[in-house]
Design a protein around this ligand. Structure first.
Ligand code: CP3
Length: 352
């Protein structure tokens, strides 16, 4: 096991930091992607108070409250700041709104000339509410609980910027990337700058771990995955480490398949988040020999709960718990998940 990060001040008390530092922690630390959200009645209250979703992201008191809710309720090992991957294009000046039941809608950027409309100058100021929320949460958290800052990876953020929202086939974003490497590369370069800056600023504000979400890494052919996912994330990791040597970074190239291995080696992340399709024994032999592994219970298993969930969770821990490991889902908590199932999952993992 190669250990990439130096030991952190306080890591002795934080199970998540120990696991990311290459230690075998038993029981393993547990947190869940999208652990704050609509499946929690207390979140729906805060969301109502804020009015719209972006207002919630940009009101530090309310964002801090949403961040703390799942930690209070379930006693998780980490809080992840309540925000979104799309606050970065918003802060660069792109028009964006969230419509009920429709997801995000952006004023699409589809040509090189439109990149001039993106403005990096005010980034820090426009994202200052995220840093204020982190500072608040960091004061409120128990010593053993880690605070995670995050950003979307350039490729995933670019898909939303170019498609103008969610997509089924990514024809516009992939079409641009495949046909005009230089033009699309300019967009990715702008995002590398902005995202590296945003991640480093979150550490300044109190984050003690960072996660980079590349939700749509799995839709690219191998060569394009290397060009648009691995390369830019490698650059971001090295820039963030220049400012914050030793800050633990988790990469989540969802759907990367066998590409997970080159991603883990080339980017230099401390851990990879694996989706639910990744075979456990392969992850143990080919990924845990490179870095820590985080994952990978199917979110639907958590949704249905019961004996099947307990059996899946036990199998994951029995295979991956022999190496550096963080228990998580393979993707985010689904909005119809009963909160009691999350409590049962935490109890199951802690009992192992
Ligand atoms: O994990 C957490 O608890 C922290 C908060 C968080 C949110 N989004 C809050 C959110 C995090 C880490 C994200 C990441 C995110 N956002 C990703 C990467 C992870 C993933 O799930 O794939 C992506 C692709 C987005 C973009 C995004 N934000 C979409 C496509 C949507 C609409 C779909 C949906 O779930 O409604 C959002 C909105 C969003 N982000 C919500 C929350 C709680 C729901 C909005 C609401 O409350 O109305």
């Amino acid at each position: 096991m190669t250990t990439r990060s130096s030991t952190h001040i306080g890591s002795r008390d934080k199970p998540l930091l120990k696991a990311l530092d290459g230690e075998i922690v038993s029981p393993p630390p547990i947190w869940l992607m999208r652990q704050a959200g609509r499946y929690l009645p207390e979140y729906r209250e805060v969301r109502k108070a804020a009015g719209d979703f972006l207002a919630l992201c940009h009101t530090p008191d309310l964002a801090a409250e949403a961040t703390l809710q799942p930690v209070r309720r379930f006693g998780l090992d980490a809080a992840i700041v309540f925000s979104d991957i799309l606050v970065v294009p918003h802060a660069l000046g792109q028009g964006i709104r969230f419509e009920e039941g429709k997801g995000p809608i952006l004023d699409a950027i589809r040509a090189r000339e439109q990149l001039k409309s993106l403005d990096k100058a005010g980034l820090d100021e426009r994202l200052s509410s995220v840093y204020a929320a982190l500072a608040r949460v960091s004061l409120a958290l128990p010593d053993a609980v880690s605070l995670i800052g995050f950003a979307g990876a350039p490729w995933t953020v670019a898909t939303y910027m170019v498609e103008g929202g969610s997509s089924r086939d990514f024809a516009v974003a992939k079409g641009w990337a495949f046909s005009d490497e230089r033009g699309f590369g300019e967009l990715i370069d702008i995002l590398v700058d902005a995202i590296a800056e945003h991640l480093a600023a979150q550490v300044d504000a109190g984050a003690d771990v960072l996660q980079i979400f590349d939700t749509w890494a799995g839709v690219l052919p191998r060569a394009q995955f290397i060009r648009w996912c691995v390369g830019p994330v490698e650059e971001i990791v090295s820039r963030v480490r220049r400012r914050h040597p030793g800050i633990p970074i988790i990469g989540f190239p969802r759907g990367a398949g066998v590409g997970y291995e080159i991603y883990a080696r080339a980017t230099g992340v401390d851990a990879v988040g694996i989706d639910s399709s990744v075979p456990l024994y392969w992850a143990a032999s080919d990924l845990q020999s490179v870095c820590a592994v985080q994952g990978n219970l199917d979110p639907v298993s958590l949704l249905v709960g019961g004996d099947a969930m307990v059996a899946h969770a036990r199998e994951i821990v029995s295979v991956l718990g022999k190496g550096p490991f963080v228990f998580n889902l393979g993707h985010g908590v689904l909005k119809t998940t009963p909160p009691d199932n999350v409590a049962a999952l935490v109890a199951t993992v802690r009992a192992l």
